[in-house]
Design a protein around this ligand. Structure first.
Ligand code: SF4
Ligand code: SF4
Ligand code: SF4
Length: 154
């Protein structure tokens, strides 16, 4: 489900604008994509059988929400163009393979913190991020160097 855009997410929502989540459905779709909401924050999705399939798809798509919370990294997939700069400047990922520094692609290494999957940034190993490891130096490299401003820290 990587690569979902806001309209793809919106189409999976009930689209009733009931505001039980505190906003309208389109805003909720955007909040899911940026990690500010999770599928279970929409009560109709959870409670109504007719949305069960859509709810399952959304849980699969946003199953890394916990990982994003762990690193504090919020991803706006509508802005990300998959350039890979964030993965290439992540020192922790570089330590795991120089192939990444040589521009050979982050999918070749075992456990980078972040990687490009299906053309979009994905958090692969949140526990290794400097923002999670106790006493590690502060790091904002991926956020600061993303040319599309697709990353923020929550
Ligand atoms: S609770 Fe669900 S259905 Fe209601 S507005 Fe929010 S996203 Fe839409
Ligand atoms: S640097 Fe930004 S635009 Fe490029 S892959 Fe990373 S998040 Fe996406
Ligand atoms: S904050 Fe630093 S260590 Fe964490 S993913 Fe970004 S560049 Fe890598």
């Amino acid at each position: 489900m990587a690569g979902m855009k806001v309209l793809d997410v919106y189409r999976l929502l009930p689209r009733t604008n009931c505001r039980k989540c505190g906003m309208v459905c389109m805003a909720f779709a955007s909040a899911l994509l940026t990690g500010k909401a999770k599928p279970e924050d929409c009560p109709p999705l959870v409670e109504e059988e007719k949305y069960a399939e859509a709810y399952q798809k959304l849980k699969e798509a946003f199953g890394d929400k916990g990982e994003r919370e762990a690193t504090g990294l919020s991803i706006d997939r509508d802005k990300c163009d998959g350039c890979g700069i964030c993965a290439a400047v992540c020192e922790i990922s570089l330590e795991k393979s120089q192939e990444l520094a040589n521009g050979k692609g982050s999918r070749r290494i075992e456990s980078p913190v972040i990687a490009i999957v299906d053309g979009l940034i994905t958090i692969k190993n949140p526990d290794a991020c400097r923002r999670v490891v106790p006493d590690a130096p502060t790091c904002n490299a991926c956020v600061d160097l993303c040319p599309m401003k697709a990353l923020t820290f929550l």
